[in-house]
Design a protein around this ligand. Structure first.
Ligand code: HEM
Length: 522
């Protein structure tokens, strides 16, 4: 068994010990961190040799995203606990500082803005962006934690600049929480990707007049799109073209001063063994990404959930019946198997397990993560007949039959099942007031079980900026549920979710809802 397979197994067993579905915030961060490529992915990945964000050639998103994460984290002040990785670099005021020269920060947030939502902060997104690019472009698997909190204003300056002295750099990294050896390692790790651009440092890098490198990016090493130790091997061999080592203006040769500051001991070790480079970088990059303002509590390392339901919900029909919408289930890191049968079993509130249904799977329903070291495979529930509201649905589970004579695996959260609540539901009576125009005003209906003592029922946007819509209006009694409605105005268009408060707890109802295509009755 390979190292990575062993590591995958240990990740899975530790995840199983801590986590129970549903936990929408944990699941959203887990999706961001692990569903990296292919089916179900959040698309926070671009190919390693690609630059999306302009017509220039010679750049890559991987370099931008890693540099952006560092420049955000580098504002940390270990003495007073301020600054750190909190996405403050998204503010224009920070981007305009001389220490943050270049367009890479705005470009990075073009992507991070797309994935941030009610559960995923910009800061968690930025940390995930760096993690995913390193892992998929030749680098090691990084311990990723969630729970970063977004700054509401720019941090104080603090990012090191190439013209500063070695003493200033040592002091700066100490302030960021890194000792001298860690400083050498972290700079080497970061400068495995990318290089220095003419537009940012015209005195350091000349115009290259190369159609394949219109950005005139002078690379730190010859494998600038691969996260590997060439930055160290070329430096030790003396063949390096790193512009911060061999630049003609020695004042700007900060990598030369930093790399040589311990007589090359750290760089020689990083050059001698690619595995040592990978392990060192995994540790240092994780530490950099976990450099957060004092008081912010990060989660444990986010490990893949072995059997993960996606997009499951119960909805309410006009005639008082309920739909169980099973969505998808993701099986983590199992090989494709045409003989595998995945069945879903729903248990109603009387404890009666309904007839198992077979979930479907197509060859495109697969994904990969961490540079193809892990796979994910999805199965989809069929549409089930509507259910009686009184019997309703208490829970569901999966049976996974590999079709090879081995025992059927029951995925039921150690006997608990995957529990469902039916107190507050999205109602299929939601509708469009005007289906001809765009954007369209629409009516969002929510079914609330009669007698439920909820203190508040409200809608929130899923994607940022988070908007809350309340109160719910127009209560209408029907069967065992009351229907509550709210008008969602055109300017509020987006993806909406339902939440309610009961006994001091806020419960997010599973399910995301876009504009309805059904016209409201005249
Ligand atoms: C004393 C510390 C450091 C100095 C003085 C420094 C300096 C620089 C300079 C001058 C550039 C060129 C920027 C441009 O052309 O726009 C650069 C690029 C870069 N830096 Fe650093 N850096 C330092 C530490 C780090 C660290 C710790 C990381 C990450 C762990 C990092 C990641 C990067 C990356 C990925 C690029 C390439 C950007 C691209 O090609 O678009 N740097 N750095």
């Amino acid at each position: 068994m390979t190292f990575f397979k062993l590591q995958a197994l240990s990740l899975i067993s530790s995840a199983a010990a801590r986590y129970a579905w549903p936990d929408p915030k944990y699941e959203a961060i887990e999706q961001l961190r692990w569903d990296q490529r292919g089916y179900g992915s959040t698309a926070l990945f671009t190919p390693c040799d690609t630059f999306i964000g302009g017509t220039q050639t010679g750049r890559s998103n991987s370099a931008d995203w890693v540099r952006a994460a560092y420049h955000d984290a580098a504002t940390y002040n270990a003495e007073d606990g301020t600054g750190g990785l909190d996405a403050s670099i998204r503010f224009e005021e920070e981007q305009q500082r001389a220490e943050n020269v270049g367009t890479g920060f705005a470009n990075t947030f073009f992507f991070v803005n797309l994935i941030a939502n009610r559960y995923v902060t910009y800061a968690d997104g930025l940390a995930a962006a760096a993690t995913i690019m390193i892992e998929n472009c030749g680098g090691p698997v990084i311990d990723y934690r969630g729970g970063r909190v977004d700054a509401t204003e720019p941090n104080k300056p603090g990012v090191p600049e190439p013209q500063q002295s070695l003493e200033e750099h040592v002091a700066s990294f100490k302030k960021q929480g890194f000792n001298k050896t860690e400083m050498i390692g972290l700079v080497a790790c970061g400068h495995s990707f990318g290089g220095v651009q003419h537009s940012s440092f015209p005195d350091l890098v000349p115009e290259l007049n190369d159609p394949a490198n219109t950005e005139s990016n002078a690379r730190f090493d010859t494998t600038f799109r691969v996260f590997d130790n060439a930055v160290a091997t070329e430096y030790i061999k003396g063949t390096t073209q790193n512009p911060l080592v061999v630049g003609s203006n020695d004042t700007l040769n900060s990598d030369k001063r930093i790399f040589g500051s311990d007589g090359n001991a750290t760089m020689a070790a990083l050059a001698a063994d690619p595995e040592h480079f990978a392990r060192t970088c995994a540790t240092l990059i994780a530490k950099m990404l976990d450099t957060v303002p004092r008081g912010v509590r990060l989660t444990d390392v986010i490990t893949p959930i072995p059997v993960k339901p996606y997009d499951v919900q119960i909805s309410y029909n006009a005639n008082g019946t309920l739909n169980f919408i099973g969505g998808n289930v993701r099986l983590w890191n199992v090989a494709e198997n045409p003989n595998r049968v995945v069945r879903g079993v729903v248990t109603d509130k009387n404890g009666v397990a309904l007839k198992p249904v077979v979930l479907s799977h197509s060859s495109f329903q697969i994904g990969t993560a961490a540079g193809e070291r892990f796979t994910s495979t999805w199965y989809t529930w069929p549409t089930l007949p509507a259910m009686d509201a009184a019997a309703s649905i208490a829970k569901f589970h999966y049976e996974i039959d590999e079709g090879d004579g081995t025992p059927v695996r029951v995925a039921d959260q150690d006997g608990l099942g995957f529990p469902m609540r039916d107190d507050v539901l999205f109602s299929e009576t939601s509708c469009n007031y005007d289906s001809t125009g765009f954007p369209r005003p629409w009516r969002f209906d929510v079914a609330v079980r009669k007698g439920l003592n909820a203190s508040r029922i409200f809608l929130q946007t899923y994607s940022l900026p988070t908007l809350t819509l309340e109160p719910m209006l127009r209560e209408v009694g029907s069967g065992s549920y009351d229907l509550w409605s709210a008008d969602v105005l055109p300017e509020n268009d987006g993806i909406w979710t339902v939440s309610y408060q009961i006994e001091g707890m806020t419960i997010d109802v599973p399910g995301k809802h876009r504009i309805m295509l059904i016209d409201c009755p005249a």
